[in-house]
Design a protein around this ligand. Sequence first.
Ligand code: PLP
Length: 481
Amino acid sequence: MTPEQFRQHGHEVVDWIADYWSRIESFPVRSQVSPGEVRAALPPAAPERGEPVSAILADLDRVVLPGLTHWQHPGFFGYFPANTSGPSVLGDLVSAGLGVQGMSWVTSPAATELEQHVMDWFADLLGLPAAFRSTGAGGGVIQDSSSGANLVALLAALHRASRGGTVRHGVEPDRATVYVSAETHSSMEKAVRIAGLGSDAVRIVEVDENLAMRPEALAARLERDVARGYTPVLVCATVGTTSTTAVDPLAQLGPICQRYGVWLHVDAAYAGVSAVVPELRPLQDGVEWADSYTTDAHKWLLTGFDATLFWVADRAALTGALGILPEYLRNAVTDAGTVVDYRDWQIELGRRFRALKLWFVVRWYGAEGLRAHIRGHVALAQELAAWAEADERFDVVMPHPLSLVCLRPRWADGVDADVATMTLLERLDDGGQVFLTHTTVNGSAVLRVAIGSPATTRAHVERLWALLRENHDWLATDFAA
Ligand code: PLP
């Protein structure tokens, strides 16, 4: 493809994306295809001859779109959101067009320095501790996912706990312990497995009635483990748990971690970005105790996947765990130690120029635009919660400090509540106007409404609320019959 052909077809593709966004509400939110249907629409073998872009675009409409669940649909209320936006796509397009690989400073200095700079901007925007700035002992880096960030945090913590011993001797699977709660994201346990510790190393700390980790339970477990000769390595505290957005109390957990010399990792994958709004920062009081922190701009901050913002207070622990310098990567500035080589901050060697999309996003919206985005969703969620609290058909379950509201429908005595709730969920999702997911709280099913799609307005939340009530009434009658 010549640059001129790229220019022409690039315009067509951008038009196609803009048209998709304009007509997104005409699609059912959840894909309605059956397993295997997408593949059955594709030719069995790769094309022998090249095809025109028009044929590829036609197949996007014919094959791909029906097989999508439309995460940017304003009726998407499932899981946590996966935002994208015009400036994010444009930044990613530039990154793809430049095609540089930023594994080391020398392989594209701008890729490293823009990332350092943007990460410092975001540390400021989120009110994170000074220790996380690149100007101090720490620094920020964009990871592929919070799952990846949880893993590198653990590797850094193991490095610190072993005083560097893991690099030569590996981990001590029978001694090292890691502290989570039952609400911690599953990626932390996966990280424990990948690190070679095995799930016996995981200590599940008790939670309170709001599903937040109990500091005194953590302290008791640490004390007992230390007395029995274990080496506590990492505590994973969550700000905004996946199930219900419970918030572990950092201000109380922090001093306990410090007392036992344990690495405090804060997983704020979804909720962390809310700190762009100053009045929401108290949720993260105590964040200055954190040794590392992760939040996903690709969930709720208008930036397309993958854009995990990860900071450490002491970058030497991270680079000590992950740094490696084969001869073929040696160069004068690396040898002189005057630059950051981000390959030493992550699992992979190669890395895309991901800072560009964040830079486009923050420059297009400005801090005030980011704040308006978060504030708007939080306000809508609070409204929905108020409507549900005032309605005899629903209970609002658990605190809802941000934009996730968990609703438990009420059913008549004798009705199996979980079956009825899951039937309600299926009816709503089958209807195509909205898409919700569920979780369980204290053993029973609840509906999760995560408000976070950039296109969602008050009218969409009102529509969801109407559908919830209508379908509840219909099912209540049906179950009574
Ligand atoms: N941590 C928490 C608290 C999450 O809610 C999630 C996903 O929802 C993750 C980690 C994993 O995020 P990612 O998809 O970026 O790996």
